[in-house]
Design a binder for this molecule. Sequence first.
Ligand SMILES: [Zn+2]
Length: 532
Amino acid sequence: MSIADCALNTAVRGPWGMMQARRVCLFLLIAALAVTAACSVNPVTGKRELTLVSEASEIQMGVQNYLPMQQSQGGQYDIDPVLTEYVASVGNRLAAVSDRRLPYEFVVLNNSVPNAWALPGGKIAINRGILTELNSEAELAAVLAHEIVHAAARHSAKRMERSMLLQGVVLATAVATSDSDYGNFAVGGASVATQMLNQSYGRGDELESDKYGMLYMSRAGYDPQGAVRLQKTFVRLSDGQSTGWLTGLFASHPPSEERVRANIEMAATLPPGGETGEDRFRAAMAKTTAAGPAYEAYDEGRKALADEKPDRAIEQANKGISMLPEEANFYALRGDARILNKQYDMALTNFNSAIRRRDNFFYYYLQRGLIQEELGHDDLAETDLETSITMLPTAAAHYALGNITARSGNKAAAIEHYTLVAKGQGEIAQSANMALVKLDLADNPAKYLLKRCDPDSSGKLVVSVKNNTSLAITGVRIAVQYTDNTGIQRRIDRSISGSIQPGQVASVATGLGPYTAGSQCPATVTAARVAE
Ligand SMILES: [Zn+2]
């Protein structure tokens, strides 16, 4: 989409008025990001290029999205803070020799999917599931240097720009979790960002990140052959086509024989030798390597739960707990299985155990809040759901908060929560939409009934209304302020008898005229209610 296309989109209004021009426009995004088009030199490649997003905006995007993105991908792997420190030290060593000063940060996420990502502004994350596939510090350096280049050479910023242009602000729905990916829970900006993770970088960006990543490895004293070995491993694993790999790193950074060849050629131009750091890597990974079987049991359990086999899931959770009792996720898995069994008291105990072990992960608060609501404890539910939203705004939390605030009589708050969810897609958006209509229709009928005005065959005004909701609506009243040729103003009120089904149109003749097609529509919808 171009700026011109976008302008067109807002200018062209459907026959049912403004409501159809709902596409979020580039202009809004530009305003939000304080974007300025400028010609500048890419700090990594030295090429001249057009930039839309200023460096300050890049950094701001990264900072704003870093925590919610981490949450949506399983949260930090905090049972082994020494490993995170180690990964950050390798990352910082590479960042120090990169071609662009950015506020780089590196975290390890508690996620078995092999993946790594970079946000604009140098905010980088690497999953536990990729670390377990590596054999040396040089290979780790290859992954991190590659991500550093994505940030430094503005690939991430460009991708984010593209993603925003194509999708606008998409609000995702809360659906059942698969593996440890919570991305589709997010709403608002966080959901745009998480969807971006699954989009592929271009072939050119990948080659560029490999090339300059190897240069940074060499500058930092690492053996650039680490990148060759890494790429060979990736190609071998992608042949295996395990789903984790396909949805993870390979989706965003597709491996190829071409990349292997290019890495071999690049290595030949760099000084040979350098550190591989195999022993250091092995030592840093000791705890995580030992925890491997516990996480395998957990991942098995998540799959069992997705297949609606709660007993098998509990079995696997217990296995994980016996091997690694400090891992909160295992208790959460047990809790999720108990939710499926409708054993809410037991599920509550499980999520209490999870939160005692990790108090900074949205999912535990979301689930505990939903359990509390189920148990009739609206106050406790509200506290937990609000806590979860501060970490990652989700459709599930907003919908439940909509129900809770509606029950307590706080209509304005309920409307706010439902509106946010209704903008998304899927079943929960439909439910939110219905709840919203029920709460708000009588107060704001014009929001849900779209009007249009047409002349009949004798040039008199006919007003039509379209039911833009998924509920039948009745009691519709329309007011028309009509000024005739002599300048005399008349107001008439009309009722539409019967009910209007979802998506249907009802028309009423006013007898007022003359009315010219396309001129201003002088009608207002003044009353309506949901049909019983
Ligand atoms: Zn990449």
